[in-house]
Design a protein around this ligand. Structure first.
Ligand code: ADP
Length: 191
């Protein structure tokens, strides 16, 4: 049984996953009492534990070995008796076991010009920018998440367009964690 929830922060590249995760961890450490949330950056695991089979020049991205990646993710999630508290970020929810994750937050940037600027400023080629823009416009990540996590309220979309959205979203997620802890406490006492 987890003592803290695991949360997957998903969304198209450039929607603000990294920035939001940093803000969540910062607010968690300032909470009273502090919440022991930990970051699980899937990007870092892919690179540091060689969960890739090559590089796609066209799409300027590593070709991910999903089986190996998910084995590594499971190892980390099961660590410490599976006590939870992982804030995981990845551009997709594919491959994640539903039981690993208590809440999926899909960040959305529906201001296409804003997303375009964020992606272009990373030096992405036009083709890669367009592919990501299309994925965002069609809500691909949310659709994929909702197919897997079918319980009401397990998948939430949050707008990430303006700078203040980052703090608002992080605050909402911290509040959700606090409520989760309270609910677990009530369940444990048979209420
Ligand atoms: P991701 O991890 O989803 O690829 P990042 O967190 O790296 O996205 O954000 C990409 C860029 O966009 C960063 O420069 C970040 O500061 C900016 N950004 C992301 N979300 C917002 C937002 N809601 N408001 C303003 N800037 C944002």
């Amino acid at each position: 049984m987890r003592s803290l929830p695991n949360i997957l922060i998903a969304g198209t590249p450039g929607v603000g996953k990294t920035t939001t995760c940093n803000e969540i961890l910062s607010l968690a450490s300032q909470s009273t009492p502090p919440l022991n949330l930990k970051r699980l950056s899937i990007n870092d695991i892919v690179k540091e534990r060689s969960c890739h089979t090559g590089y796609d020049e066209e799409l300027q991205t590593l070709i991910v070995d999903e089986d190996k990646l998910m084995d590594e993710v499971e190892k980390d999630i099961s660590d410490g008796n599976g006590e939870g508290g992982w804030i995981i970020d990845w551009h997709s929810t594919a491959g994640f076991a539903v039981r690993w994750v208590d809440l999926v937050v899909v960040l959305r940037c529906d201001e296409t010009n804003t997303l375009y600027d964020r992606l272009s400023s990373r030096g992405y080629k036009e083709e890669k920018v367009q592919e990501n823009m299309d994925a965002e416009i069609f809500g691909v990540v949310t659709e994929e998440a909702k197919e897997a996590w079918d319980e009401e309220g397990q998948v939430v979309e949050l707008k990430s367009v303006e700078a203040e959205d980052i703090e608002d979203n992080a605050e909402r997620i911290i509040q959700w964690v606090q409520n989760w802890i309270k609910d677990q406490g009530q369940k444990d006492h048979g209420e």
